[in-house]
Design a protein around this ligand. Structure first.
Ligand SMILES: *Cc1c(COP(=O)(O)O)cnc(C)c1O
Length: 228
């Protein structure tokens, strides 16, 4: 299967899931997760009409996307991976949205840097919805207070919430909890759903789905030298 065919299949599945959930397809943004993929693969997705991409490393995105933006000014790149505070400056310059705001120190740094660069990037608060000790994210119990602090104290635009549910578990109950949390916090966007479960996420109300493998095929292992 080509990237063109894969994208067509993913779009058809999004349309099917949206129709089943009685939602408009326009309420769902597909992020093509291009981490570890070469520029050539991204160009194929662009040629197929895809415009929003997800990357999990700042330096990798900084290397791949500026040239592509010349040709496709409406292209958008969202950071979906962990962000270290020492890379916030570059991240604010390179990305159009941040899906991994997971701690006060990072929110504070993002607020300062967005003001310094006069750029306002929509931010998603990463929620550790499965309350897994090894995983990043704000505890579901602390989300309301953190959203408030992001808005009022750190001054960052909170677009919504993001999660990666526990592996090898039915994701639906977690996605539903996320939808309830978003409603409670008064945020409209929900970044959830990957190649294996994006249709389930759409049923639960996802506004942003992050799909890599189903579009680009299996990833080669990222080099361990390159960190976010
Ligand atoms: C890699 C990644 C994805 C995409 O995963 P696939 O299973 O390849 O669709 C989505 N979200 C995050 C945070 C990722 O790191």
């Amino acid at each position: 299967m080509t990237i063109f065919e894969n994208l067509a299949a993913v779009r058809a599945e999004i349309a099917r899931a949206a129709a089943t959930a009685q939602r408009s397809v326009n309420s769902i943004t597909l992020l093509a997760v291009s981490k570890t993929q070469p520029v050539k693969a991204i160009e194929q997705a662009l040629a197929a009409g895809q415009r929003v991409f997800g990357e999990n490393r700042v330096q990798e995105a900084a290397r791949k996307f500026p040239a592509l933006r010349q040709k496709y000014p409406d292209l958008a790149v969202h950071l979906i991976g962990p962000l270290q505070t020492n890379k916030v400056k570059q991240a604010v310059a390179v990305f159009d949205a941040i899906h991994s705001v997971d701690r006060p120190k990072l929110a504070d740094a993002l607020g300062h840097e967005m003001r310094a660069q006069n750029r306002r990037l929509p931010c998603f608060i990463e929620v550790n919805i499965g309350q897994e000790p090894q995983k990043a994210g704000i505890s579901p119990h602390d989300v309301d207070a953190f959203v408030l602090a992001c808005r009022e104290r750190f001054g960052i635009p909170v677009a919504g919430l993001m999660c990666i549910p526990p592996a090898n578990a039915d994701p639906l109950p977690y996605f539903k909890q996320m939808a309830a949390l978003a409603k409670r916090c008064g945020v409209s966007c929900l970044s959830m759903g990957m190649s294996s479960d994006y249709a389930v996420a759409i049923a639960a109300g996802a506004s942003h789905i992050r799909v890599g493998t189903a579009i680009f095929g299996e990833r080669s292992k990222p080099s361990s030298a390159e960190t976010s």
